[in-house]
Structures are given as structure tokens and as C-alpha cells.
Design a binder for this molecule. Structure first.
Ligand SMILES: *[C@@H]1O[C@H](CO)[C@@H](O)[C@H](O)[C@H]1NC(C)=O
Ligand SMILES: *[C@@H]1O[C@H](CO)[C@@H](O)[C@H](O)[C@H]1NC(C)=O
Ligand SMILES: *[C@@H]1O[C@H](CO)[C@@H](O)[C@H](O)[C@H]1NC(C)=O
Ligand SMILES: *[C@@H]1O[C@H](CO)[C@@H](O)[C@H](O)[C@H]1NC(C)=O
Ligand SMILES: *[C@@H]1O[C@H](CO)[C@@H](O)[C@H](O)[C@H]1NC(C)=O
Ligand SMILES: *[C@@H]1O[C@H](CO)[C@@H](O)[C@H](O)[C@H]1NC(C)=O
Length: 462
């Protein structure tokens, strides 16, 4: 394994036990090609499929802390912040991938070994919208949420907001369908508020208005960290592919060929992983995962001077819901929406929001969830190990989900807060998180001084 992580012995044992369990469940139904499941997400070939950065299909991330609520505690609040499900490549990439396949097919005379399938491969991927596998991820996600909080949700319908792009809205709808299905509800819930993704709109689910962040050069930090890392890991892959096919792929085109693995897998929901995936080794997928991780960390997370600030508005909304007090924010919230109980109620106790990977990366950074992750190196894999819990596949895969829950525990006056990242309990060390990952509500609110004071929003317009 390329990752230099040093998990504790407890954790290594835990991992072994859970991997064994996964293998066993994989082996069970012969001929059943359903790789995606409600409880554990995507579980085929985890040694590679869980290393596709933000293009990974959602999977349940191993947790050092038990994800079950501690005994004697009842859930008193449950919210989810979700990424949209798996999609086709974005429009520009779709064109680039199609051209790449065309170039390879025109230039190569003999396709051998793991490249043999390319001879007759037909590029048919769409652009920007969810694929059927991505839709199923969202149905499963709604069911996953309902299952986890079934007792608490018995008489409740979550208040739902979505960012305005088609694939995000459709994701929210599929999630609601899965929720209704699992809860045996007669009616499927609806989206309460959809916030447009247009220039000049204040939208806590899609960054648009921090001038300095949008116009650069801050947006180049992620790209440049990725380019430095490309120089380290791509040459050997590039040489092998070029030698095998007799072509001249550039480093970027070599990355595109790797991207085809998740996207081709997503376009065929029932089959196991795409043949593109077999062109590369397990180590190479770890390097690819790190490449994508660097983009999120330096583009939108702790590694970007104005990254965490983009998530401040959402965190202030979350604090308002947790404390049932009006939103206090002067960043990217829309005060018209947030001061109206019909568009921002404070007493619902169950909430669902739908967004994108970049925006969620910023929100996680604003919360400080990865403050104790060692800054990522651009020249060697670092910081993505199990102890730190940070990698794009662990934080923002397709259909990613952060649950924030409140617990009312026997013998305790104050409620507790827990944060669960893709089924992995965040330790919340910054507010005195206990062995269950719990902080008292007041300590949690206190710890969020970065968001409460507006982050570095003043620098957006400096
Ligand atoms: C296939 O596996 C999924 C996930 O475990 C399960 O829900 C489904 O019932 C299985 N289908 C068959 C036909 O065994
Ligand atoms: C491949 O060859 C075909 C037929 O000659 C041509 O139409 C097409 O543009 C070529 N594609 C690329 C990407 O070179
Ligand atoms: C705020 O929301 C209202 C109601 O949806 C909308 O009319 C207005 O354009 C929004 N303003 C900004 C700056 O986003
Ligand atoms: C790579 O990291 C080094 C050490 O932190 C830093 O000095 C350099 O600016 C980084 N280069 C790029 C292109 O990000
Ligand atoms: C939108 O955000 C800007 C920048 O923080 C702020 O000045 C403005 O009042 C906000 N508009 C609304 C409707 O909340
Ligand atoms: C995370 O680190 C930032 C930068 O040092 C700090 O401002 C913020 O308060 C920290 N967040 C938490 C929750 O400790």
C-alpha cells in the first residue's frame, strides 16, 4: 500500500475484520452483480474502487468510533448534507475523453493484453447528468438515512434544500424517493427550497460570490499542487501506456485515461468495474486518489487561504438549526431566505441539503473537521491515512453525505452533537469529543468561532 499511514493496532484489527466481512458478503450471492448496496455502498473491488478520489461511488468508510448512537442516548436532531450522485463527465471533459479514445483507436495498430478491449470500445458517455448508477446511489442514500434514523423519523419529513443545478435537484428527488420507499410512506416528499446557481446569487450550497476566490489566482493553488504531483507519479504510467499502444499520450491525457475507469463504470450500473480500471495497478490508483485529494485540499479545503471561508455561511445555518436561533451570518447566506420560516424553518429537527463536492470540501474545512490533518505534501503521499481520515474518496465521493446529529442521553441535561462523515464518526477533538465522538451542544457551538466570526470573508473584496 502506497499510503504511509500508521493506524493503531486496534484500527488495523478493525480493518481486517471489516474487510473480511466485506469479502464474505461479496462472495455470497453467486451471479449477483449488484455492487451498490444501501448499507455499505459500493463494495466491488474495494482495493481499487475506493481510491478514485471524488469519482468514487459512495462507500461506507471504516470508523474507529462506533457509528451506533451510544446506549442510553436518543436521537433528537438529524441532518444530512449530500453531494449529488454519480454522473457523466462534465461537458468539457466528455469532449476530451471522446477525442482521446478516437485518437488511440486511430493510432494504434495492435491492441494487446489489458488494452485489447479498446479496439472495439465505443465511446458513448453523456455529459453533466446523473447516470442510472448515480440515480440508484441517491435512492440508496435516502434509504440509508431513513434506516439509520428510522425511530426518530417516524412522524417527520425532512426540510429539503437543493442547489439549483439539474443533477443536484434530481439527486434530491431520488433521495426523497429512497427515503419514502424505506419508510413505507405513501407520498414522496418534495424539495422545499431550490437556490439558483447563477452569478450574484447568495447560495450556501454553491460558491459564487467571493470575488477574490472566484477570480484567482487562488483557484490555481489546487491545480499547481496537482501538477507537481503529476510529475512524480505519471511518467512511469505514461511510458507504459505509450509503449504498449504505440501512442504519445501527454501526462494530462494519461490522467484522462484513468478517469475513464470510474466514468465507464458509472455508465454501466450492473456490471462489475470497467475494463479501463484493469489497465492500472493498485498502487497507481492510490497515487491517482492522492492527485484528486490534492485538488480538493488546495482548491477548496484547508490548503487554500479562502477555501474554508466559502463554507462559513452553511456552518452558520447549521448552528442556527442546532440551536433553533436565527441565522447570524454576513457571508454567503441569503438573508431574505434565511429570515423567512417558510424557506428556513428552525424547528423541524430533520433536514437534508444537496450540493457539490467543492462546496462540501469548503464546509468541512470551515467546520475544522480536518484541522489536525498534516498539510498535504505535493511530492509524496501524506496525510490521507486512516488516522487523519482525509482523502477525496473518504470525504466527497459521489453521493457523499455528512450527517450531523443531536443526542439526548440519559442523566445528561445538555444535548450532544456528533458528526458522521460517510459513516465514519468524526472525533471532534476541538470541542472535547469523547470516546463516542460526542461534544456538548454548547462546546460545539463555541468551537465554531471561525464561522461565527465570518471566517476571512472581508478578504473576498479586499
Ligand atoms: C443482490 O445483492 C443485493 C445487495 O446485497 C441484494 O439487495 C439483492 O437482494 C441481491 N439480489 C439477488 C437476486 O440475490
Ligand atoms: C479518427 O479517424 C476517423 C476516420 O479517418 C476520423 O474521422 C476521426 O476524426 C479521427 N479521430 C481522431 C480523434 O483523430
Ligand atoms: C435572495 O433570495 C430571494 C428569494 O428567493 C431572491 O429573490 C434574491 O434574488 C436572493 N438574493 C441574493 C443576493 O441571492
Ligand atoms: C510544493 O510544496 C512546496 C513545499 O511545501 C512548496 O514550496 C511549493 O510551492 C509547492 N509547489 C507547488 C507547485 O504547489
Ligand atoms: C448577499 O451577500 C452579500 C455579501 O456578503 C451581502 O452584502 C448581501 O447583503 C447578501 N444579500 C442577501 C439578500 O442576503
Ligand atoms: C481550525 O483551524 C482554523 C485555522 O487555524 C481556526 O481558525 C479554526 O478555529 C479551527 N477550527 C476549529 C473547530 O478548531
Amino acid at each position: 500500500m502506497a499510503s504511509p499511514g500508521r493506524p493503531s493496532r486496534f484500527f488495523a484489527l478493525f480493518l481486517l475484520v471489516s474487510l473480511t466481512a466485506i469479502r464474505r458478503s461479496l462472495a455470497a450471492p453467486a451471479g449477483n452483480k449488484s455492487c451498490d448496496t444501501i448499507d455499505h455502498g459500493y463494495r466491488c473491488s474495494p482495493e481499487t474502487t475506493h481510491f478514485w478520489g471524488q469519482y468514487s461511488l459512495w462507500f461506507s468508510v471504516p470508523s474507529e468510533i462506533s457509528v451506533e448512537p451510544p446506549s442510553g442516548c436518543d436521537v433528537s436532531f438529524a441532518s444530512v448534507l449530500s453531494r449529488h450522485g454519480g454522473r457523466d463527465p462534465t461537458a468539457n471533459k466528455a469532449i476530451a475523453y471522446g477525442a482521446l479514445i478516437g485518437y488511440i483507436q486511430n493510432s494504434t495498430t495492435t491492441f494487446t493484453d489489458e488494452f485489447a478491449f479498446l479496439k472495439d470500445y465505443q465511446y458513448t458517455l453523456g455529459a453533466d447528468q446523473l447516470t442510472d448508477a448515480g440515480r440508484q446511489e441517491m435512492v440508496n442514500s435516502g434509504a440509508h438515512f431513513y434506516r439509520r434514523y428510522a425511530k426518530f423519523l417516524e412522524n417527520k419529513t425532512p426540510f429539503v434544500r437543493s442547489s439549483g443545478q439539474d443533477r443536484v435537484i434530481e439527486s434530491a428527488e431520488k433521495w426523497l424517493a429512497g427515503f419514502a420507499q424505506e419508510g413505507k410512506r405513501d407520498e414522496v416528499g418534495k424539495i422545499d427550497v431550490s437556490i439558483p446557481e447563477t452569478k450574484g446569487q447568495n447560495n450556501t450550497l454553491s460558491h459564487e460570490i467571493c470575488a477574490k476566490f472566484e477570480k484567482g489566482p487562488l483557484d490555481k493553488i489546487g491545480d499547481s499542487a496537482q501538477m507537481t504531483w503529476i510529475d512524480k507519479f505519471i511518467p512511469s504510467i505514461q511510458q507504459r501506456v505509450n509503449a504498449k499502444l504505440g501512442v504519445k499520450l501527454t501526462p494530462t491525457e494519461t490522467i484522462y485515461l484513468m478517469d475513464m475507469c470510474p466514468f465507464d463504470t458509472l455508465s454501466s450500473p450492473t456490471a462489475a468495474v470497467s475494463k479501463f480500471c484493469h489497465i492500472f495497478t493498485e498502487d497507481e490508483w492510490h497515487q491517482y486518489d492522492y492527485y484528486e485529494t490534492l485538488g480538493k485540499y488546495y482548491g477548496y479545503g484547508n490548503g487554500n487561504p479562502l477555501g474554508p471561508t466559502q463554507g462559513v455561511g452553511y456552518v452558520n445555518e447549521l448552528l442556527a438549526r442546532l440551536t433553533e436561533k436565527p441565522v447570524d451570518d454576513h457571508t454567503n447566506t441569503n438573508s431574505t431566505l434565511d429570515s423567512d420560516p417558510s424557506t428556513f424553518p428552525l424547528d423541524r429537527k430533520a433536514y437534508a441539503d444537496f450540493s457539490h463536492d467543492n462546496d462540501m470540501s469548503a464546509i468541512f474545512a470551515a467546520l475544522g473537521l480536518y484541522n489536525s490533518t498534516k498539510p498535504l505534501s505535493n511530492s509524496t503521499i501524506e496525510g490521507t491515512d486512516e488516522t487523519h481520515g482525509f482523502s477525496a474518496a473518504w470525504t466527497v465521493p459521489f453521493a457523499a453525505r455528512m450527517y450531523v446529529e443531536k443526542l439526548q442521553c440519559k442523566g445528561e441535561k445538555e444535548e450532544f452533537v456528533r458528526v458522521i462523515m460517510n459513516d465514519r464518526v468524526a472525533p471532534l477533538e476541538f470541542c472535547g469529543g469523547d470516546e463516542h465522538g460526542r461534544c456538548t451542544l454548547s462546546k460545539f457551538v463555541e468551537s465554531q468561532s471561525f464561522a461565527r466570526s465570518g471566517g476571512h470573508w472581508d478578504q473576498c473584496f479586499a
